[in-house]
Design a protein around this ligand. Sequence first.
Ligand SMILES: NC(=O)c1ccc[n+]([C@@H]2O[C@H](COP(=O)([O-])OP(=O)(O)OC[C@H]3O[C@@H](n4cnc5c(N)ncnc54)[C@H](O)[C@@H]3O)[C@@H](O)[C@H]2O)c1
Length: 314
Amino acid sequence: MRVLVTGGLGFVGVHTVEQLLRTRHVTEVTVLDSIRYTAAPQALPASQRIRFVQGTVLNAELVTTLVAGCEAVIHLAAETFVDASIADDGLFVDTNINGTAVLLRALRALGGRRLLHVSTDEVFGEATGRPFTESTPYRPRNPYAATKAAADHLVRAYTITHGLDAVICHCSNLFGRWQYPEKLIPVTVTRLLRGERARIYGTGQQSRTWLHVTDAAAGLIAGLERGVGGESYLISGDRELTTLDVVSRIAAQLGIPAAEAVSFVADRPGHDYRYAVDGDKTRCELGWVPAIDFETGLEETVIWTANHEGWWLR
Ligand SMILES: NC(=O)c1ccc[n+]([C@@H]2O[C@H](COP(=O)([O-])OP(=O)(O)OC[C@H]3O[C@@H](n4cnc5c(N)ncnc54)[C@H](O)[C@@H]3O)[C@@H](O)[C@H]2O)c1
């Protein structure tokens, strides 16, 4: 099987490509990536089975050519930083919505290919009661989440209207190597390593469900291989932690007293208080379970970040 991975130089992308290459029936992986600031080209494994194409998912001609040369697509390309979407959502609308539409049109025109569309738990908005399940109504509350939700709706509409074979996977908050230091864990580690305080929005009591990126990549591949067309799956760990808790653990690992590690700043507009995910359907139907517990993954990520200054001191 030949697989096209859009956004394959991004944080989730490089781990997904690495795992695809370990899958014997994957004969070739084509990575399409425009190399935005979050991309990590140096993390792409060296392999004769990888073909890298620099370009944008908004280029319909290029996307059609690449889709024609594969049997399956994993769609990761996106603008991903919530704060940036609050400052200016233009690129988010372009890449996340229009980019997905370009890909869907190519898949529809060519037919016979499976799409694994990668989404987020943020499309469900704020969890006020029970954890999200696949049937939780969409209630995105920030522009990033809204563009991801729009893309999901387009994908679902194509499965119903045009019979597209597509599976949607919603990942919870991910962490691990090669995550750009603007997201909570790498930005906290790098600020503390620089001798700065971590900046915490509001009271730091917002809570998220965390999952190691290599587990997420395995979940996405399970979705591609075993997911039922037209269905969606939540890919999540079961550790729900507050921002303050995560930051305190990082500070403790670096030997910094919590009181000296943080400064509290005004809360982000539209900040969701809680994301919580019930991943039962994925575990039962895809047979996927996370392998890395939060503490082990966090410890490894902090050590890796400290040893890879070249990635974040730039
Ligand atoms: N990281 C998380 O915690 C998380 C959680 C849930 C869902 N997701 C989803 O997973 C996907 C990947 O996220 P990530 O964390 O790897 O993001 P990332 O920002 O690290 O990577 C995105 C990649 O997409 C590329 N890209 C951006 N615009 C493009 C365009 N127009 N054409 C081609 N490539 C383009 C970038 O260069 C980058 O390599 C996204 O769809 C995101 O919504 C991520």
